[in-house]
Design a protein around this ligand. Structure first.
Ligand code: SIN
Length: 337
C-alpha cells in the first residue's frame, strides 16, 4: 500500500512478524505474548509523523514468530527484495521487520543473496507492540532512517536494534530478554542512530550482496545442512541421524577451536566418507577457527568456519552447496564471506 505525499526518500517495508508485531494480554507483559499478530499497517500507524521522515510503501510477506521462518520464506523474501530494488529505482532502501530469535540468520542469508548495493535493514523488537513502552516503534523509525541514508549503501545487509547498526555477518542475539541483546562481540557495531542522525564508524570488508557468487533465482530450495553440538560424552548418534535424514552437510558446534569427542569425531569421519561436507565451527560464540592447510582438506580434514557462529556457517554451507562439491572451493568461500 502507498502513503506518498512528498519527495522524501521512498522506503519499502516488508513485514514478516515477530515481537515487533506481537500482542500481549496486558500492557506490562513482556513474556508469554503472541508474536506475529499485528499487520504492517499497524506498525506504521504507531509512528506519529512517519510521513515527515520517508514515503513508506509496505507489504506483508508473512506474519509469524521467527522460529517459524522457513527456507521457502527466505527465498520469497530475497526474490521480492531483489525485484523491488531492480524494478523500482526510486526506492532508497528496504526494511524487513522480523522476530529477533532468528533475525541474525535471515539477515546473513540476505547478506549473501541480495543483488543490490542499496541498504537492506533488518529490524525487530524485544517488547511486544502492546507493551507500555515498546521498543519496536523507535527501532522501526531508526531502521527507516538507515534504509534512507546514502551512507548505508554498499555496507551489506544491516541490523538495526536499540539505536545501533550492525553488520549482518557479525551480529547475534546474546540475551534472551534485554533490549541491548544484539551484539557483534569481537568486532563491534558499525555505527549508531541518534535523534534521527545516522553515523557510521566502520564498514564490513567480507564479500556481500551484489558481489557474491550466490543467487536465489531458479533455486527451488536449499540443500539440507544440520548443526550438531559437541559436549563431554557426545557420541555419534546425532551425526549418524543427520546423515540418515539426508544431510548434505553438517556443521559441528565444537568445543573451543572446533574440538569434539573421539566417538563424535569418528561419526563425522564416517559422514565425510559418505560424501557429507563437515564444517567445524565453535560453540564459544566468538573467535576464528584457523583454516586447514589445502593438503589436509584433501586427506578429509573438515572445512573450517572462520569466525562464523554455527547457525551462520550452516547458511553459508547451504549456499556453497548450490554452487560446488569441491571442499577446497567451499573453504575458499568460508575465507571470503
Ligand atoms: C520471535 O523471534 O518472533 C519472537 C521473539 C522476538 O521477536 O523478539
Amino acid at each position: 500500500m502507498k502513503h506518498e505525499i512528498s519527495n522524501l526518500p521512498v522506503v519499502y517495508i516488508l513485514a514478516t512478524g515477530g515481537t515487533i508485531a506481537g500482542r500481549a494480554a496486558s500492557p506490562v507483559q513482556t513474556g508469554g505474548y503472541r508474536a506475529g499478530e499485528l499487520g504492517v499497517e499497524d506498525l506504521t500507524a504507531a509512528i506519529p509523523g512517519l510521513n515527515q521522515i520517508a514515503q513508506i510503501r509496505s507489504e506483508q510477506i508473512c506474519n509469524v514468530a521467527s522460529p517459524a521462518i522457513t527456507i521457502d520464506i527466505w527465498l520469497q523474501l530475497a526474490r521480492r527484495i531483489n525485484e523491488i530494488l531492480h524494478r523500482q529505482p526510486e526506492v532508497a532502501g528496504v526494511v524487513i521487520t522480523h522476530g529477533t530469535d532468528s533475525l541474525e540468520e535471515t539477515a546473513y542469508f540476505l547478506n549473501l543473496v541480495v543483488k543490490s548495493n542499496k541498504p537492506v535493514v533488518v529490524v525487530g523488537s524485544m517488547r511486544p507492540a502492546t507493551s507500555i513502552s515498546p521498543d519496536g516503534p523507535m527501532n522501526l523509525v531508526n531502521a527507516i532512517h538507515v534504509a534512507a541514508a546514502p551512507e548505508a549503501r554498499g555496507k551489506g545487509v544491516l541490523v538495526v536494534m536499540n539505536d545501533e547498526i550492525f553488520a549482518a555477518r557479525d551480529v547475534s542475539k546474546t540475551h534472551v530478554s534485554q533490549l541491548h541483546t544484539f551484539r557483534s562481540y569481537d568486532l563491534g557495531a558499525l555505527g549508531n542512530i541518534s535523534n534521527g542522525v545516522v553515523s557510521f564508524y566502520r564498514q564490513p570488508l567480507r564479500c556481500h550482496t551484489a558481489s557474491t557468487e550466490f543467487s536465489v533465482e531458479g533455486l527451488p530450495t536449499l540443500p539440507r545442512v544440520d548443526i550438531v553440538y559437541s559436549y563431554l560424552g557426545a557420541d555419534g548418534a546425532l551425526v549418524d541421524a543427520a546423515v540418515a535424514a539426508g544431510a548434505r552437510g553438517i556443521v559441528l558446534a565444537g568445543m573451543g577451536q572446533g574440538g569434539t569427542t573421539r566417538s563424535q569425531g569418528e561419526a563425522l569421519a564416517r559422514a565425510g566418507q559418505q560424501g557429507v561436507f563437515v564444517v567445524r565451527a565453535s560453540r564459544t560464540g566468538t573467535g576464528r577457527i584457523l583454516p586447514p592447510r589445502p593438503e589436509w582438506i584433501e586427506r578429509g580434514a573438515a572445512i573450517t568456519a572462520d569466525n562464523l557462529i554455527p547457525q551462520k556457517a550452516r547458511i553459508l554451507l547451504m549456499l556453497a552447496l548450490t554452487k560446488t562439491n569441491n571442499p577446497q572451493e567451499i573453504q575458499r568461500m568460508f575465507n571470503s564471506y
